[in-house]
Write a protein that binds this ligand. Structure first.
Ligand SMILES: Nc1ncnc2c1ncn2[C@@H]1O[C@H](COP(=O)(O)OP(=O)(O)OP(=O)(O)O)[C@@H](O)[C@H]1O
Length: 344
């Protein structure tokens, strides 16, 4: 594909995202604008994983960003891996929320966005994957009003729920969205995406993160709050009763008792639209009769487990023991970007 790189529109841990235009698009196969996610050799495995997962997810879910191809270029003497995606002209939910200076979105908007994300998650989970990094930065808004899940760099097959044994303690995704079972037991299944969705809903509505966490605070105390004890993320008091009930189904510490995306799609919080005049109107959030299996399919080889490792100990008798092990000085690479703590 012949293309021209445009302005930078986003940065991630592994990549830079720019606008791209096809320079020869006589067949009209490609849209006039695309997003190109580019990484050097450091981020190549993440991009390759993203491409592989997007290919397996297919093009039949309107709530998942579409992959338009890939290629390699040499820029400033360095080989770049490029992944072309449909371009979300209205940016991410995170960038939209930032413009509101700490305010949240109206509940009716939160309900619609939540329904869209849930339909995307249902598709991902039905195909046998977990996203593993759901957060507002990875939920994109399109010019036609569509809301889609992006960034599948950390996605993995759900048959491989627990991180490989023998590699020590592993943390992936963003700390503030981590589910208790991920903190305690390295588990990153579809249930962890539902927990992260709950955190995203709180943030969309309140403009605040679901866990109170000040810059410079101790990460370990947050891990302990998430993983140990009964404390749950903040459920906004001014959210409707339906909204608070919805969140209570996401924030169940035991992943086996947590509602699935499929179940949540039938919850009145997303199955009923609040009109601007406040009246309730049912709108179609029917379970799709997709020709996909509802259980994991064949084993999926996650190509490159990007993680941190804290020594050889892998078995823990208690959650406290595992969380305490995270506090060793062998944990590298805590990074804080725009108040977000990302642990790789
Ligand atoms: N298709 C797209 N259209 C418009 N903007 C995009 C698109 N994809 C990504 N972006 C922007 O670029 C940012 C970084 O993209 P992305 O999260 O995919 O990169 P990453 O390297 O995988 O990041 P992460 O650190 O979350 O793993 C997003 O938050 C978003 O603002």
């Amino acid at each position: 594909m012949e293309w021209v790189r445009g302005e930078t529109i986003g940065y991630g841990t592994f990549s830079t995202v720019s606008l791209a235009t096809p320079s020869n698009n006589d067949s009209g196969e490609l849209p006039p604008f695309m997003a190109v996610k580019s990484a050097d050799s450091y981020g190549a495995a993440s991009l390759a994983n993203e491409k592989s997962v997007l290919d397996k997810l297919g093009d039949d879910c309107d709530e998942i960003v579409r992959c338009l191809g890939e290629n390699r270029t040499v820029e400033n003497g360095e080989e770049m891996h490029n992944l072309f995606l449909e371009y979300a002209s209205r940016g991410s939910l995170a960038s939209n929320l930032k413009k509101l200076n700490g305010q949240g979105l109206p509940e009716s908007t939160v309900r619609r966005h939540t329904g869209s994300v849930l339909r995307g998650l249902r598709h991902i989970h039905a195909k046998g994957f977990a996203h593993c990094d759901l957060k507002l930065e990875n939920i994109l808004l399109f010019g036609d009003g569509a809301v889609k899940i992006a960034d599948f760099g950390l996605a993995r097959g759900t048959e491989e729920v627990t991180a490989s044994i023998g590699e020590g303690v592993q943390i992936r995704g963003t700390l503030l969205y981590m589910a208790p079972e991920s903190v305690n037991d390295n588990e990153y299944g579809s249930e962890a995406d539902v927990w992260a969705l709950g955190c995203a809903v709180v943030e969309m509505f309140s403009g605040q993160t679901a866990w109170s966490f000040k810059e410079g605070s101790n990460f370990m105390s947050l891990l302990i709050r998430i993983g140990v004890g009964d404390e749950l993320p903040m459920i906004p008091m001014d959210l409707s009763e339906q909204g608070r009930d919805f969140l209570s189904k996401c924030f169940v510490k035991d992943p086996k008792k947590r509602w699935t995306a499929e179940m949540l799609l039938n919850h009145p919080f997303v199955a009923v639209d609040l009109d601007t005049d406040g009246s309730e109107e049912a709108f179609a959030v029917q379970p799709k009769t997709e020709d996909v299996s509802t259980s994991p399919r064949c084993p999926f080889e996650f190509p490159d487990w990007v993680s941190v490792s804290s020594g050889s100990q892998t078995q823990f008798d208690s959650a406290e023991e595992r969380v305490a092990s995270l506090a060793t000085d062998l944990i590298p690479d805590w990074s804080v970007v725009n108040n977000w703590v990302t642990v790789r």
